[in-house]
Design a protein around this ligand. Structure first.
Ligand code: AMP
Length: 396
């Protein structure tokens, strides 16, 4: 079976074509600047890379480019009919969907209704869905949500201490994001632990960053909230702050609410504190060069991840494993070392050599003395979407 995985943003379309017989990637690509002067089309088809520029009016035009590239002599398909199903990343499920869902007029209308919870993302995801349904109307299509892995959180974890009517009337609560990554990495960690009952903390540390606490495969808490702004300090997002900061900043600076929210999402975090970059590699280099703000930004990031690790150990009454994933978690031994430093008091101890040697690949990096196992597990969100597409696309 061949599954096309689509991740549509407001002006971008990312895709993978996966052969589910061996879970191999036949083709992948990223089209950026859709609807602007010239789109940038980067693709790898059967291992062959290409990059071209061309004006693409909308997501339908972008999808046509993708399908044209997938079919032909030096391409993985003889006809688009060989695509068995299409899986779409959708950011927000609200409380409507606890699992992935097969797309039809009814479920699409439901996702449209949820859009006020993710106004920047769900409408863009829907553009990809509609473009696919126009071109491949007879193929099963499935929405796989960033939020649904976290739907198992108990109410005492997902509720905000606000007037209850705000939850009842407007579903204002913690939802969590990066769910496909947390699902993949926690289940791989569980396998590595021998498939027994387990308590795992997944540290998804990329430009966006979130932790989840997972007991026996089920999420019991996560750091992101109603939106991805809550929780850890991130590349450009502030993470947790006192909510009163918002009004105070507006009074002091004259910024509007929109400008202040934009500041919290795009100008804060590691970028805002360091004044250097949102990219950890640049900030680590600046720290090496003696930049104090860069050093402070890294220390704050590390301290906050450690605090959440401790609080999730308490929430789960124990911990079997920590799994690092995403850009920083997979590729930065130095940040993993700093994240685990002085956690020996709570049973977490790295093997320095294994940590240094494990970059971008699976590995167990804890020392033999460590009570808690520490893994590096490369995430694979597209594969989760493809697996979910098979599971939900062909069920009655
Ligand atoms: P992601 O959002 O998962 O693609 O991760 C992107 C983030 O990972 C960026 O902030 C990068 O700086 C960071 N990253 C990638 N490789 C490294 C590395 N070798 N060392 C430190 N940070 C890295």
């Amino acid at each position: 079976m061949k599954v096309l995985v689509i991740n549509a943003g407001s002006s971008s379309l990312k895709y993978q074509l996966i052969d589910m017989d061996n879970e191999g990637v036949l083709a992948k690509g990223l089209i950026e600047r859709i609807g602007l002067d010239k789109a940038i089309i980067g693709q790898t088809i059967l291992g062959k890379k290409s990059k071209v520029e061309e004006r693409l009016a909308d997501h339908s035009a972008a999808l046509k480019v993708v399908l044209d590239a997938l079919v032909g002599q030096d391409a993985p398909l003889k006809s688009i009919e060989e695509i068995d199903a299409v899986g779409h990343r959708v950011v927000h499920s609200g409380e409507k969907f606890c699992t992935s869902v097969k797309l039809d007029d009814g479920t699409i209308a439901d996702i449209e209704k949820i859009s006020d919870l993710a106004p920047l993302h769900n409408p863009a995801n829907l553009m990809g869905i509609k473009a696919c349904l126009n071109i491949l109307p007879s193929k099963p299509a499935v929405a796989v949500f960033d939020t649904s892995f976290h739907s198992t959180m108990p109410d005492h974890a997902f509720m905000y201490a606000l007037p209850y009517d705000l939850y009842k009337d407007h579903q204002i609560r913690k939802y969590g994001f990066h769910g496909t990554s947390h699902l993949f990495v926690s289940s791989e960690a569980n396998k590595a632990l021998g498939g027994k009952k387990s308590k795992v903390i997944v540290c998804h540390l990329g430009n966006g960053a979130s932790l989840s606490a997972v007991v026996d495969g089920k999420c019991v808490d996560t750091t992101m909230g109603l939106t991805p702004l809550e929780g850890l300090m991130m590349g450009t997002r502030s993470g947790d702050i006192d909510p009163s900061v918002v009004e105070f900043v507006m009074q002091k600076t004259g910024q509007t609410i929109g400008e202040t929210t934009n500041m919290l999402n795009k100008k804060s975090g590691v970028f805002g504190v360091s004044g250097v970059s949102s990219d950890f590699r640049d900030v680590l280099q600046a720290e090496k060069d003696g930049n104090k703000q860069a050093s402070l930004a890294i220390e704050m990031f590390v301290y906050r991840v450690k605090k959440y690790i401790g609080s999730y150990m308490a929430a789960m009454n124990g911990l079997d494993a920590i799994a690092f994933t995403a850009g920083v978690g997979e590729n930065s031994p130095i940040l993993r070392e700093r994240l685990c430093k002085e956690l020996d008091g709570i049973g977490i101890l790295l093997d320095d050599k294994k940590n240094q040697a494990t970059v971008g690949e699976f590995g167990q990096i804890s020392s033999k003395k460590s009570k808690v196992k520490v893994f590096v597990i490369p995430t694979n969100e597209e594969l989760v979407i493809a697996r979910e597409t098979i599971k939900y696309g062909f069920s009655k």
